[in-house]
Design a protein around this ligand. Structure first.
Ligand SMILES: Cc1cc2nc3c(=O)[nH]c(=O)nc-3n(C[C@H](O)[C@H](O)[C@H](O)COP(=O)(O)O)c2cc1C
Length: 342
């Protein structure tokens, strides 16, 4: 697909994508406001159920007539080893006790991926983006049959080539500055972590699909620079986290607004997959037991109750405070104000 075709299909006035951020950030108001301001909104549906996704899609349709996207995780099925779960639960016990939380002793990995795809197709969503791996060629072809544009996420040239080989329409190039989980196909700590600049330089001349660049973009000048160099659009995550319309908890917003690059750490302690977030007591404590961290999504399931309790109590010590390595681009502002700046 040509870059201009993508931009006109998505009815973009500005080549700005809202990252599909899972975990309650991308409220219908946030997604719709980005679309109404001329950008491209996406629902972060990675942790949603088919019912909650369908509800949010319906609500967004009442708030905007513009196309929008849904971001999904490619499912992973690691072997569930009970002794590893028991070991991690022992490590988490003092935190669970402190927060008056029950541990999760039996882990069941529900696979609702196919149901999520059905929702997206039945609700005529215009774009589906994926992270944590590549969709199968059959899935891409099926989505194409329903006129859905398919976007993949790559963090190095090999992943980008694999995404191209299954026929995605566009690729999000994610640099290591990006907030939240790395979209890497692998769960382990990558040997080489490329900045967005390095990744873009390496990939640009080697691929034919439109590239959407993400990771550490903090100014309109930087965004313009990437577009001039040939990127089709830029994707912002951290900058949207602190907007009025975002569902980010207040305590998380205020910590992002105060954060410096040095406060950000790349950690797998919350979920088993590596992600950039603000350092806190949880990361320091569980980080001491690095080799005991369970695979994603098992670790995520084990820490889910305590993260939920901490979020409810607005206790930042045990929340996953996702944030990119350049929090300086985030402001306390509305989506309209952010989009006017860009
Ligand atoms: C809170 C948070 C949640 C995120 N969740 C997802 C997600 O569910 N799917 C995804 O593809 N990317 C996710 N990302 C990564 C973004 O897509 C994007 O690559 C990143 O935010 C860009 O870097 P920036 O944060 O420096 O702007 C998330 C980022 C943040 C900050």
């Amino acid at each position: 697909m040509e870059a201009n075709t993508l931009l006109s299909q998505l009815q973009l006035k500005k080549p700005i994508f809202l990252a599909g951020m899972a975990g309650g950030v991308t409220t219908p108001q946030l997604v719709a406001s980005v679309c109404n301001e001329g950008g491209f909104g996406q629902i972060g549906a990675g942790y949603m159920t088919p019912e909650s996704l369908a509800r949010d899609i319906d609500e967004i349709r009442t708030l905007t007539e513009k196309p929008f996207g849904v971001n999904l995780f490619i499912p992973e099925h690691p072997e569930v080893k009970q002794e590893e779960i028991d070991q991690m639960n022992q490590i988490l016990e003092p935190i669970n006790e402190k927060l008056d939380c029950n541990s999760v002793n039996e882990v069941r990995i529900d696979d609702i991926f196919d149901q999520m795809i059905e929702v997206v197709i039945n609700k005529d969503v215009e774009v589906v983006s994926f992270t944590f791996g590549k969709p199968t060629q059959e899935l891409v072809q099926r989505l194409h049959k329903h006129h859905i544009t398919v976007v993949g996420t790559g963090t190095n040239i090999d992943e980008v080539r694999e995404l191209e080989s299954v026929g995605v329409d566009a690729i999000v190039l994610q640099g290591c500055e990006a907030g939240g989980h790395s979209g890497s196909f692998e769960q382990s700590l990558p040997k080489e972590r490329l900045t967005l600049d390095e990744l873009f330089k390496e990939v640009y001349s080697k691929v034919s699909v439109p590239l959407i660049v993400a990771g550490g973009i903090t100014t309109p000048e930087q965004a313009k620079d990437y577009i001039e160099q040939g990127a089709t659009a830029v994707q912002l995550g951290t900058a949207f986290l602190t907007t009025v319309e975002s569902g980010t908890p207040d305590v998380h917003k205020s910590l992002i607004l105060k954060a410096k690059s040095d406060d950000i750490i790349f950690t797998n302690t919350f979920s088993g997959r590596y992600a950039n977030g603000i350092k806190n007591e949880f990361i320091d404590y569980v980080g001491q037991f690095k080799d005991k961290v369970c695979a994603y999504p098992i670790q995520n399931i084990l820490t889910q109750p305590l993260r939920g309790k901490a979020k409810k109590a607005q206790n930042p010590d045990f929340m996953s405070l996702w944030c990119g390595t350049h929090p300086e681009g985030a402001r306390d502002e509305t989506v309209a104000e952010l989009m006017q700046r860009y």
